[in-house]
Design a protein around this ligand. Structure first.
Ligand SMILES: Nc1nc2c(ncn2[C@@H]2O[C@H](COP(=O)(O)OP(=O)(O)OP(=O)(O)O)[C@@H](O)[C@H]2O)c(=O)[nH]1
Ligand SMILES: [Mg+2]
Length: 638
């Protein structure tokens, strides 16, 4: 079964509500004031069944100029619009304004309903029909069928139902039920015994009762008590349906028309939007930079200022890139349509499509800005994702964050990332909880930075293994998480761009300089340590024969790194062989006797108490011994 929404449009009093009542038997003017004044003020909702069995949701809109904001909120989700024109009046100002709004919001299917035919004669109807067709040339209604009816007498209604059935029978725009669900709220109210209920047209995706959703832009998490579609309880609802959702965890006063119900963390609120804006041919206003406007999208209405990015000003029929700075936050998606109205008096002057729902503040007349927006206008979602990845080269970006920025489902993002990976445009790093993505340009730039940095370092410190990984990160990749940085290094090492020795990084060909100076210093150190044996010498007291202390430090570090030398304690070093021998001796002693003292160590190694103490401390550090009560006593570690 198809899910179809039929909407009305047209000038005040042309008979929209009467027509809906004639079709459905229900009066959608619910309010006392509406009934008393005989006009529609707010949106009306009902449904009826087509002869073929499809149940059609209906949205009736007000025609009065003052309630255009309500009318705009009703358009989202409409598949087919009945443009009602009273035959005795013909096309009137709000007929035109509604047509403009419908066309800016991307409505494609429509039937022109010539109503009140009972009030005029045949000849007159012919004339009006001709005039209407002429006036609608060049709009999306140019090819729309015209049906003559009288909502008062019921004449022509069968033909109208036939026309609706035919038009919705040829495919209505296919709804995307694979992507995230989005439900722009058009009503929020409380029912005693139920709590908070919202209604709206589900514009995409599927919602089921188990889902935990979030109310945007308020940020409130909502659980679902029940779902109704056309008055019937359902476990699930689908894109294209009019739905009522009973929510727990959120109060009516926290929600208003314009909020959007969608999955948790699936969208990001914004008060900035990059858009392509099209001025209406009929606009009597010229849009100038920084002009204040009313912005309508989905069911929301927000004030904003328009920053014209590529033009000084925009006249009727012109289009361009604009950054809208909103006075309140909204949550939207690339591709969402919108309408803008002049601040005062309120007149519809244009509209268009959202290109970037989460932009940075942009300056005017920047070539790269125009280039970016041109790509976002015509590109695929993969193109847009690539641009986001590129924009986060210094931190990398997670798949979850990409999904949120683009309001796409995780699966959709994954598909695009797979494409980009295949094209060699991104690298993907899967961590335990998150997956990070990096642009190939960022990777190449990082590679060059690393090469330059390490080369310079190797030249400056030829007696070091390379630059410490932590230092490389702190200087050049501060914003990348350490565990992600490790993955990046792994990749670059595997690709042969880098070498890693323990915690040191160097260029692949690099080797420590083992020249005359190296031999001289390592000779002094090894000889001194050998000679001193267990009567350790202090490194700082050695005669380095004129070699710079800093160079000697580096060479000592190399000996440590190569495990020729070990550090016993601060400033005390010795040959590894000595300490290995000492370990064996102490283990042997402990296997005979559970306790060993500093005095015993001193005697075993024929040394002083000053050196015996560090030996035991060293044994503690490598878990051969452990302290047991007295400062001078040790037992075996295990
Ligand atoms: N004679 C005649 N009167 C009609 C017909 N359709 C509607 N009317 C009358 O026209 C008036 C306005 O009708 P509505 O249905 O309220 O008009 P509307 O387009 O819904 O008006 P708004 O919602 O306020 O824009 C009412 O008095 C209706 O009875 C018709 O086919 N013939
Ligand atoms: Mg009405």
């Amino acid at each position: 079964m198809k899910n179809i929404i039929v909407g009305t449009a047209g000038h005040i009093d042309h008979g929209k509500t009467t027509l809906i009542k004639a079709l459905t038997g229900r009066n959608t003017d619910r309010w006392e004031e509406e009934q008393r004044r005989g006009i529609t003020i707010d949106l009306g909702f009902t449904y009826f069944d087509l002869p073929g069995g499809d149940r059609v949701g209906i949205i009736d809109v007000p025609g009065h100029e003052r309630f255009i904001n309500n009318m705009v909120a009703g358009v989202v989700g409409m598949d087919l619009v009945l443009l009602v024109v009273a035959a005795d009046e013909g096309i009137m100002p709000q007929t035109k304004e509604h047509v403009d709004i419908l066309s800016l919001l991307g409505i494609e299917k429509s039937i022109i309903v010539l109503n009140k035919c009972d009030l005029v004669d045949e000849e007159w109807i012919e004339l009006v029909e001709e005039e209407v067709k002429e006036e609608l040339q060049g709009t999306f209604l140019a090819q729309a069928p015209v049906v003559r009816v009288s909502a008062a007498t019921g004449e022509g209604l069968e033909a109208l139902i036939g026309a609706i059935e035919k038009m919705t029978g040829d495919e209505v725009v296919e709804k995307d039920i694979r992507t995230i669900p989005r439900l722009p709220v058009d009503r929020a109210f409380t029912l005693s015994g139920f709590g908070t209920i919202i209604t709206g047209t589900l514009v995409s995706g599927t919602i089921s009762k188990e889902d935990t959703l979030q109310m945007y832009p308020v940020g409130k998490e909502c659980k679902i008590r029940s779902i109704q579609v056309h008055g019937q309880d359902k476990e699930e609802c689908y894109a294209g349906q009019r739905v009522a959702v009973n929510l727990s965890n959120v109060k009516k006063k926290e929600i208003k028309r314009g909020c959007v119900l969608a999955p948790k963390n699936s969208m990001k609120n914004t008060d900035l939007l990059d858009v392509k804006l099209q001025m209406l041919d009929s606009s009597v206003r010229i849009l100038t930079n920084h002009m204040r406007l009313h912005f309508f999208t989905g069911t929301s209405e927000v004030l904003c200022r328009a920053v014209l990015l590529d033009q000084e000003e925009m006249g009727p029929g012109e289009s361009g890139y604009v950054q809208l700075r909103l006075e309140e936050e909204v949550a939207v998606r690339r591709g969402d349509k919108f309408v803008v109205r002049f601040y005062s008096p309120m007149e519809t002057i244009g509209g268009g499509v959202v290109l970037e729902p989460n932009p940075r503040v942009k300056r005017r007349f920047q070539e790269d800005v125009i280039e970016e927006l041109t790509r976002k206008e015509s590109g695929s979602t993969a193109d847009v994702i690539e641009m986001h990845v590129k924009g986060h080269g210094d931190t990398l970006i997670t798949l979850a964050e990409l999904a949120k920025l683009t309001a796409l489902s995780p699966d959709e993002v994954q598909e695009d990332i797979d494409i980009l990976k295949e094209q060699g445009l991104v690298d993907v790093f899967s961590m335990r909880k998150e997956t990070f993505v990096w642009h190939a340009d960022s990777r190449n730039a990082a590679r060059q930075t690393l090469e330059k940095t390490l080369k310079a370092y190797e030249e400056k410190y030829p007696y070091r293994y390379g630059m410490k990984k932590a230092e490389v990160q702190a200087t050049h990749f501060r914003k990348i998480k350490p565990n992600v940085f490790d993955k990046i290094l792994e990749m670059l090492i595997e690709a042969g761009y880098l070498k890693r020795v323990d915690e040191f990084l160097c260029t692949p060909e690099y080797k420590v300089k083992k020249d005359g100076t190296y031999d001289k210093v390592s000779g002094i150190l090894l000889d001194s340590f050998a000679k001193a044996k267990y009567d350790f010498v202090r490194y700082s007291e050695l005669d380095l024969k004129g070699v710079d202390k800093a160079v000697a430090d580096d060479i000592l570090n190399i000996l440590l790194e190569e495990r020729q030398v070990v550090k016993v304690t601060d400033d005390m070093y010795t040959l590894r062989d000595y300490m290995e021998h000492a370990t064996e001796v102490i283990r042997a002693k402990l296997s005979e006797d559970p306790l060993i003292t500093i005095a015993q160590v001193r005697d075993l190694f024929e040394t002083s108490r000053k050196s015996a103490k560090p030996i035991l401390e060293y044994m503690d550090s490598i878990k051969v011994t452990k302290k047991m009560g007295a400062e001078s006593e040790r037992i075996a570690y295990e």
